[in-house]
Design a protein around this ligand. Structure first.
Ligand code: G6P
Length: 370
């Protein structure tokens, strides 16, 4: 097992550090920047289904559901196809309205999650075209779907999903750009600049890993005794906030909630005092001015702010108690980049609390029963 961990203390840390490679592997053979194309047979063979779809419904559980939420932002923005995102367990039991004009995408690392599988079967029975985004090759979900795209993240051992999540975001980004280009919603110049930026994402993830590895350890030391955490973000980074909170609760057993930053005033603000740590994702391109006022509101109540900002940021950084800098990107890529230090932060808080990070209590890597 020590050999499999490749010198890392836990699989989770190894997998966090594998992300430059796993994101790259997920794009390999698909993203060909010099030719200005995205090759994805699963999409291309059925492109008319997507183009003519009334809507796309994404179904998933856990971390994969968070990836789905970001997929909604991506596909609606770039391909202009309406998207709904559903928990598989809710979808399957609420007698959903589905027609043969719907495309249902299931996202699942394992490809074995019982609720996701059952939801897909229901969608198929009702005539939808079903598409899979799985990491495990030849898994049950991969086999029942009409078509799909594998994430090539490699085996993920840590129960808390890390590299599978960023690989799912990579696939969803490719799908959104490919469909957008095909149906004419994404012009050639913008497409070319986005795909060039996407190609450079593994490099940026690498930079973030080295720039934030020690920093997140230092920050984590201050929160070993915390009992609650809030994670806030807007736009693309609202689901990133949900995922950051999920990582922390899964492995450290600290209660953590993710929220869209603007919803803070409808509830969570009542919880803020000097004992409440708040992680706020505030890149420049992502409603920055609104986030600045959210941070002001938090500081007026003495909350402890851990801010994820772009390099050279001033306004939020001056108010924050702890600052984590990430490189600037187009907004659609920021959840990939911002997730990395949040994974590290959750990991180190859990390690300092003596938790079993790779196998947290009560959780399973793959939930194959209801
Ligand atoms: C479990 C795992 C999570 C995962 C979720 C969905 O809860 O612990 O890490 O996100 O299942 O799994 P899937 O394999 O369908 O992505």
């Amino acid at each position: 097992e020590q050999i499999e961990k490749g010198g890392y203390e836990h699989f989770m840390l190894k997998e966090i550090f594998e992300q430059p490679k796993s994101i790259h592997d997920t794009m390999r053979g698909r993203l060909i920047v010099e030719e200005g194309v995205i090759k994805m047979a699963g999409i291309w063979d059925h492109v008319e289904k997507f183009k003519n779809a009334n809507r796309i419904i994404i179904i998933a559980c856990g971390t994969s559901w968070h990836a789905g939420l970001i997929g909604e932002y991506l596909i609606e923005e770039y391909a202009r196809i309406p998207v709904e995102v559903e928990y598989a367990s809710e979808f399957r039991y609420r007698n959903p309205i589905i027609t043969d004009k719907d495309v249902v995408i299931a996202i699942s690392q394992s490809g074995e999650t019982a609720d996701t599988m059952a939801a897909l079967k229901l969608a198929k029975e009702r005539g939808a075209f079903i598409y899979g985004i799985c990491n495990v090759v030849d898994s049950s979900i991969a086999r029942i779907t009409d078509a799909g795209s594998y994430t090539h993240a490699g085996p993920e051992i840590g129960v808390a999903s890390t590299k599978a999540f960023t690989a799912q975001l990579t696939i969803l980004t490719l799908i959104a750009f490919k469909l957008g280009k095909h149906n004419g919603n994404l012009g050639n110049a913008e497409f070319m600049s986005l795909i060039a930026e996407l190609e450079a994402i593994p490099k940026k993830v690498e930079e973030v890993l080295s720039a934030t590895h020690e920093l997140t350890q230092d920050i984590a030391k201050n929160f070993v005794k915390a009992t609650n955490f809030l994670y806030l973000g807007r736009g693309y980074n609202y689901p990133a906030a949900l995922e950051g909170a999920l990582k922390l609760k899964e492995i450290s057993y600290i209660h953590a909630e993710g929220y869209p930053a603007a919803e803070m005033k409808h509830g969570p603000i009542a919880l803020i005092d000097e004992n409440m740590p708040i992680v706020i994702i505030a890149p420049k391109k992502g409603h920055y001015d609104k986030i600045v006022s959210n941070v002001q509101e938090i500081k007026a109540r003495k909350g402890k702010v851990i801010a994820v900002v772009n390099k050279g940021d001033r306004q939020v950084s001056e108010m924050a108690d702890y600052v984590i800098e990430i490189p600037e990107t187009s907004e659609c890529f920021s959840p990939i980049i911002a997730s990395v230090p949040l994974q590290l932060l959750a990991y180190y808080i859990a390690v300092y609390r003596g938790a079993n990070v790779d196998q947290p209590r009560n959780l399973a890597k793959s939930v194959t029963v209801e």
